[in-house]
Design a protein around this ligand. Sequence first.
Ligand SMILES: *Cc1c(COP(=O)(O)O)cnc(C)c1O
Length: 396
Amino acid sequence: MSNRFNDNWKSQTRLVHGGTLRSAFGETSEALFLTQGFVYDSAEAAEARFKGEEPGFIYSRYANPTVDMFEQRMCALEGAEDARATASGMAAVSAALMCSLKAGDHVIGARALFGSCRWLIETLMPRYGIETTLVDGADLEAWERAIRPNTRLFFLESPTNPTLEVCDIAAVAALANSIGARLVVDNVFATPLLQKPLELGAHVVVYSATKHIDGQGRCLGGVVLSDKEWIDENLHDYFRHTGPSLSPFNAWTLLKGLETLPLRVRQQMESAARVADYLAEHPKVARVIYPGRKDHPQADIVARQMKGGSTLISVDLKGGKEAAFAFSSALDIVGISNNLGDAKSLITHPATTTHKNLSEEARAEAGIFGGTLRLSIGLEDADDLLEDIDQALRKV
Ligand SMILES: *Cc1c(COP(=O)(O)O)cnc(C)c1O
């Protein structure tokens, strides 16, 4: 087995070759090691491997060569020392948050979170005696005011779902450092290409690989990345013994996804910028939030911490829910789906789907109204998408 890695490789090269474990057959594509376990040459060899005296795989819940390739390639992309791949994005978020916490600790989260992430913080953690506070992530003083003597962890998403607001990651990381807490960033909406939370000072990064990393609507996956010490001390045992492990088959699919990630994200972002500009000028549109536009509420932070505007657009239609429903249902190419980051363009109405469990008050606080839609731009020709959006808006 040889592990292909070179520190001098640029990002695109790492995404094609990084972490490849080539077997004795010299295969071109990454091998799919669809196996639960591994056999040892002798009882002595098994003993040595369990003692950690000899390298090698033991059981696919702990580690697997195909999953290992995916983890190593993600490390090379993210600039992280170590990673653990998980069966879904939520397995990554819950492992990253729970593995270092105990009863009596305090967590501060930015309020605008993916629904399941918010449930973890608001509902699950308090059941285990973990205190939690949700704040407006864009308000630095709110983070500071929420700090308690037992605050151990900060958690945020940026850009947020579904309104695409942006938090100042470097400033929140500095605040966490000042009290010895750790900052975990869910970087799904930015993708690993447009924002590097570890470089900005965050301690842990999590992804739902289900989104842009697969990007072709096939399988669920996730990954947690950090420095080796944090993973060894917090995640290593938690991961082995709770078993959120990624299937080798899905790891193989995600590895193939990484090869084309920059091409897809660049193309989808280019089209998203055009669609956002088109929507912003339309008389039936009340407001567009797109991180690539100068009128984004935190345009200065976007310029500092992101390399592009993302592949997602948040749009508010005049006429509330009725207009939003009429528009979505009239779309032909763009599908109605709560997924995102896919090659196929997708639209969702957060108030009645992903964020239906929030009270109307909490939704308003998060900037989600009856007319709010989240649009994920895919790989279709942008002219076709604009035509589809235009004909659907005419039916509103
Ligand atoms: C989708 C998503 C998740 C959860 O990922 P799954 O793969 O669906 O479990 C978490 N955070 C964000 C921001 C997401 O978009």
